[in-house]
Design a protein around this ligand. Structure first.
Ligand code: SAH
Length: 347
């Protein structure tokens, strides 16, 4: 048991077992909501705080921070209590700020273009750890212009496959959207999955207000098989079926992510074939020029080419945009920052 993962009744029970009067539990819950450690809970007596410190906190601390001089994007490496490190990003947009959080340390999905998965999944992140990332970012970058919070939007698109850490992710979403917690609207939260179909159906029931993104990256099983091992288990037709179920249930469009990989899925014929598959669906395609990962040997495409591909889709009446590049001066795709720093530390 640790503080950040405790529910309100568990906090009350733990405080009782430490011999504290009932009103202390409320105070502690208020602090934990903000990710504050027992040592810093300033309205609690010192001896109580030191007793509380004997229980693990279960949160993260900022280990490294990189600020983009181009657009103010901040990339964080968080350290966890077992000394693992994992990434998070704060991106600034005109409508508010988005954080991109990780759901696992590493990943087991094995996508051929992704750095997060190179050494498999080390472990799942717990809800308290994911909440702690958010709290640490908010404390590190306090709100500006009289706003009462820094972060308005969350995307679970850091390292890891959220639906492979299902229970923890759903619990995190419950807590982060709760009026007793950060109270961020589910509509301002997106999760991205590589397409674990049965879990998508479950997710539609458990978190219908959260925006669903699916990493499609190919229009045919033939191509998808070569870049995403998950496609051997769940074929494109099944993934699109699940996407339709989401759109039907929620009335909201599914976002398909499509990383443009030079010579693999980026030709005019690919665009036409993709449009044919998606025609008539309530969806949007988010094009991402591949961020080449050294160890992977796959080619990227120019932004000009990505815009061309986007036009091809739009002409076929498929809604599409090219993802904005953020923080390009402070390191690239998912998992790359963690890998680079692990190399630096471990030599
Ligand atoms: N496991 C989730 C979240 C992954 S990260 C998923 O698969 O959706 C978010 C997005 O970045 C995914 O679409 C992922 O496929 C993509 N991605 C990973 N590595 C990339 C790279 N090197 N260049 C471009 N996109 C990448």
């Amino acid at each position: 048991m640790n503080w950040m993962d405790m529910t309100q009744p568990e906090i009350a029970e733990t405080m009782r077992s430490l011999g504290a009067p009932a009103f202390r539990a409320k105070q502690v819950a208020e602090w934990l909501k903000k990710g504050v450690r027992p040592a810093d809970m300033s309205n609690l007596p010192k001896d109580l705080r030191s007793k509380m410190e004997e229980i693990p906190f279960g949160g993260a601390t900022i280990f490294r921070k990189y600020v983009s001089s181009r657009d103010g994007t901040v990339k964080y490496l968080f350290a966890l209590e077992d000394d693992n490190i994992v990434e998070g990003v704060l991106m600034r947009y005109s409508y508010g700020n988005t954080v991109c959080l990780s759901t696992q340390i590493g990943c087991n999905m094995g996508c051929k273009f992704c750095a997060s998965t190179l050494n498999g999944c080390v472990r799942n992140l717990r809800p308290g750890e994911m909440l702690s990332f958010l709290c640490e970012i908010e404390r590190d970058e306090p709100p500006q212009d009289g706003k009462n919070r820094t972060v308005t939007n969350i995307v679970l698109m850091g390292s890891g496959e959220p639906l492979d850490n299902y229970e923890n992710v759903v619990m995190f979403l419950k807590r982060v959207t709760s009026p007793d917690g950060p109270n961020i609207s589910a509509r301002n939260i997106s999760i991205s999955t590589c397409g674990i179909v049965p879990k998508i159906y479950r997710f539609i029931e458990d978190a219908p207000h959260v925006t669903l993104s699916i990493s499609l990256h190919a229009h045919s099983d033939e191509i998808r098989d070569t870049i995403m091992p998950v496609n051997k288990a769940y074929r494109i037709a099944e993934v699109l079926e699940a996407a339709k179920a989401y759109a039907d249930r929620t009335g909201r469009r599914v976002v398909f992510e499509y990383a443009l990989i030079g010579g693999t899925n980026d030709s005019h014929a690919d665009a036409i074939a993709l449009a044919r598959r998606l025609k008539g669906m309530l969806c949007h395609v988010n094009l991402i020029p591949l961020n080449p990962v050294e160890e992977r040997g796959l080619k990227g495409v120019s932004r000009e080419h990505a815009y061309k591909f986007c036009d091809w889709l739009t002409k076929e009446h498929v809604s599409a945009t090219v993802r904005r590049e953020m923080g390009t001066d402070i390191d690239g795709a998912c998992g790359q920052l963690r890998r680079r720093v692990l190399h630096e530390i471990n030599g």
